[in-house]
Write a protein that binds this ligand. Structure first.
Ligand SMILES: [Cu+2]
Length: 259
């Protein structure tokens, strides 16, 4: 293959050939989606901008709507575990990012998807359609972390200070990945103790990065840059079998070193 000519007009073409992209801007009470016209399923570059929020890309089982999800989510926050089970059974999470992040998500097939913010309630649901799958290359990754069967973390325990992280969910429950910096030498016992405590743990440091939720079998990538040091990898997705207890409190915790 001859090298692509690098004039400004062909740079655009190179970008388009490199893959499809979707930019989501978080505004007050709404999400603005750029790039949905002509968007097709497959690997999509995602950038989230605007006000700070976690943006999720989801799809729903037939007959289940975003209104149902919002209702079930609100009920589950009040302890209704049937509602949480129903939301999990009818929602597929395809990943997503916090504002200020870039990465890739994979939309498996043509159809309707919804971008939304899961905070104390479901906010700004915005539906978009994608066409049939367009083949595109997965980005090269610097490290992979994996949610393994039984709410366990697998994959890398050392990450470079910057790069592209692949997150794969090989478990049968939805998970998201939080990388939280902790003081050097923090033990697993201290982390577990801190998670149970109401007070802010002494080992907590300010740096962190997080992906959005992935349903079983799904994967995504996140570009990140973090200061070197010790981190804990955590998931706070609630477990309906444990009265909504976050997975981290059930032991979904792993020490990671960024170096
Ligand atoms: Cu989890």
């Amino acid at each position: 293959m001859p090298a692509l000519v690098t004039s400004s007009s062909s740079a655009m073409t190179t970008e388009q050939q490199a893959g499809q992209s979707l930019t989501i801007t978080v505004a007050k009470g709404s999400l603005k989606l750029q790039g949905v016209n002509g968007l097709r399923a497959g690997r999509i570059k995602l950038a989230v901008k605007g006000k700070p929020a976690p943006v999720s890309i989801v799809s729903f089982a037939r007959g289940y709507t975003v209104r149902d999800m919002a209702k079930d989510y609100a009920a589950s926050n009040k302890g209704d575990m049937k509602a949480l089970k129903r939301a999990i059974a009818n929602t597929t999470w395809h990943g997503g990012l916090m504002t200020g992040s870039t990465g890739t998500i994979v939309l498996p097939r043509a159809g309707t998807y919804t971008a939304l913010v899961m905070a104390n309630r479901i906010m700004a649901p915005t539906t978009f359609r994608v066409g049939p799958v367009k083949a595109s290359k997965a980005p090269s990754v610097d490290a992979t972390i994996k949610a393994r069967k039984g709410m366990k973390w697998g994959g890398a325990s050392h990450l470079p200070t910057r790069g592209t992280l692949k997150f794969k969910n090989a478990d049968d429950q939805p998970h998201f990945a939080v990388l939280q910096q902790v003081q050097e030498g923090t033990t697993m016992e201290q982390v577990m103790e801190g998670l149970q405590s109401e007070e802010e743990p002494a080992w907590l440091l300010p740096a962190w990065a997080q992906t959005d939720t992935l349903s079983p079998g799904r994967q995504m990538t996140m570009d990140y840059e973090l200061p070197a040091g010790q981190y804990v990898l955590l998931c706070f997705f609630p477990d309906p079998k444990m009265k909504g207890m976050p997975h981290a409190m059930m032991g979904m915790v792993k020490m990671i070193h960024v170096m």
